[in-house]
Design a protein around this ligand. Sequence first.
Ligand code: NAD
Length: 497
Amino acid sequence: MSKSIKLFLNGEFVESKGSNTIPVTNPATQEVLAHVPCATHEEMVAAVEGAKEAFKTWREVPVPERARLMMRYQALLKEHHDELATILAEESGKTFEDAKGDVWRGIEVVEQAANVPALMMGETAENVARGIDTYSYIQPLGVCAGITPFNFPAMIPLWMFPMAIACGNTFILKPSEQNPLTPTRLAELFVEAGAPKGVLQVVHGAKKQVDHLLHDPAIQAISFVGSVPVGQYIYRTGTENLKRVQAFAGAKNHSVIMPDANKQTVINNLVGASVGAAGQRCMAISVAVFVGKSKEWIDDLAVELAKVKPGVWTDKDAAYGPLVSQQAKQRVIDMIAKGKEEGAECLVDGTNCTVEGYPEGNWVGPTLFNNVTTEMSIYQEEIFGPVLCAMSVETLEEALAIVNANQYGNGTSIFTANGAAARKYQHEVEVGQVGINIPIPVPLPFFSFTGWKNSFFGDLHAYGKQAIRFYSETKTITARWPESEIDNGPNMTIKMQ
Ligand code: NAD
């Protein structure tokens, strides 16, 4: 029997009083795993009020104690790594190993959050004027909120609330309604780690609940990860309501293949980076730009891609899982049909993919298009499926021009044995995360996740030092402590000495 997911309000897991629910399905079987409630207006108010109240005491908790909460949380997440990966694999369809990776990348952010005492140190300068010192403190903002997508149900919530809470804020998380079971377990473990009541609240639902967060004046900052139209809406509405907003959005990531690269390395990397996780990664490689003679490798790439078999998460041999929903599968199938109509050459076609024993699964096989042009819809739109578009050019300059003209700027990579070509690419490419002989260059959490252009709306990025700045304010103090009273009468100018 499917369970009903609870809201996490003021330290208690409670049944929602709302009557609207959304089914959470196993994408390999369509079995309903749970029903996620849509929080009522009163429940949204309770979450915000509870977070406001908790902020009063949480901001006073010494920063090493806040760091210790993160250390205990990290240890618990590691202890429950397999259990979390199992929940995640079942609701998302990811293979078990990939689900473990999703959890692991989140654990690494919690480790970074445990460094908060050093990261929250301000600046000082002595004698900025005679007998006057200036120093700055980093202080929390208040109540922050996060809205997360389906595709990384552990990693992306963990990009947000540990960093925000370590800074002394309280946090309201609205996870994806498609994969809410993993974030719920993350909240339970946070309580077990000793998180005080009200510091983290978890509300469920969709647009209506997000709109509440966007309009509630108590919320100071909003972190969002998801699609471009929703990201733009959240950035516009949140900033219109005078909130700080960071919105991470969709992508079309190119890999540029130079003819001096190692052929087998290129093929292996392109296969994994394009169809791994069924292509449902914002950093998946969805376009391969072959420069010069490297285009001769496309046929061998097709042979290798055709060998890749999706399957259910319990199958150790499965390379990737099903698409998240029947609608997502249909969208990808329609995009493949459109690619054929628009004249791209479909070398590997994943349209009619089946997996034995799982006739209801949202399967799409690996798909490779060749001779793709920049006018085609399969090039312009994010497909978010196991589909790779190949195109060929003669020079690195032409490849750079294609990548730089694209509306997205999340990630890119170049495969080459030539340092000068790599240097030129890293310098000139207008994309925020660049891999050199590394297909998916997701930075570790002591750096930040720095997508550009339509892949990101905002200024300060996720995790690393930028997250500390996003979730905090700087207070600058200028102080004079004279050894004896000075009385020079009123000072009518801005001179300070
Ligand atoms: P989505 O935009 O459909 O949903 C994301 C969140 O927004 C969910 O919590 C959802 O409930 C909420 N939402 C949906 N419609 C809304 C609306 N009209 N108003 C307010 N809130 C709304 O995204 P998704 O399908 O869950 O995730 C896939 C997308 O996320 C892809 O485009 C992918 O590239 C992107 N993504 C980006 C990054 C990044 O770092 N740039 C990382 C992961 C995923």
